[in-house]
Ligand binder design. Sequence first.
Ligand code: PEP
Ligand code: MN
Length: 338
Amino acid sequence: MIIKLKNSVENHQIEELKKHLIDKGFEIHESFGKSTVILGVIGDTTTIDANSLYAYEYIDTVLRVQEPFKKVNRKFKPDDTVVDVSGIKIGGKNIVVIAGPCAVESKEQIEEITPIVKQAGASILRGGAFKPRTSPYSFQGLEHKGLEILKEAKDKYKMPVVSEIMSVDDIDSFVKNVDLIQVGARNMQNFALLKELGKIDKPILLKRGISSTIEEWLMSAEYILAGGNTNVILCERGIRTYETSTRNTLDISSIPVIKKLTHLPIIVDPSHAAGRWEYVESLSLAAIAAGADGLIIEVHQNPEMALSDGQQSLKPEKFIKLVEKAKKIAEAMNRTLI
Ligand code: PEP
Ligand code: MN
């Protein structure tokens, strides 16, 4: 349930109403927007008689929320959430580009690619240290050593880093070494992991599950916010459909739908959606035109030799050209690629 208060409401009145509801066993989510104050009431609100609430003269509107997601719901918080990733603000007016290899393969590889993607316009470095591979015989990542390599690059090139977590056991190590913790598509409904990530305040990049609906995806984000961590960025990375020409089907329509349903920022991963480097540029430009807040793109200095996802990784010169075009689309959308 949402209670919208009149603009003239005073602080002591807000406190009075909150106390009344908390005493009845509800949890209150407050949102102080530019022009409105909204109290989100979480719990079994069927026991509340909405009409009787109008006895409070400073209540403007009482609305029942049909959706099962509450804290991520835009009705609970109309203003966009801007997530600060070590100084890089995702959401709002900015378009943020995250780039780097699928996997951290060696110190030399990361040392070489980091200044290249930074110079090209990326503001966050990506690199998988723990890789969720379909085959147990494929390269599984450098694991903790990989996180250390990312941390060294972060310090040396002053560039925040993002990497994928696969186990609850590694949370401390991720908190220490990375700026943004990625939950991959395969772990979107790993509820034990989501609950633990709700207890920290490090930003989380929550990818959409391989065959997940938007509602399931938002319910996963709700797990993290329910635990107290409001720093969540969503990532559309394509979903499984009957189409086989691309690795996945980029659900472009998820961008305006997400913008309508939630206040959380959304970025797009065209690399895992396309599965082929030659489609990455088109999908990136389309994503920005559709209103995405950023991109996460796989770039490798030598894709033919990459230990994972070489077929979808851009060579640096292609990435540089893509960012130039993306800047123009961003401008047309009245936004700034930072
Ligand atoms: C990745 O980003 O390297 C990755 C494995 O992505 P996804 O979880 O979207 O497949
Ligand atoms: Mn990959």
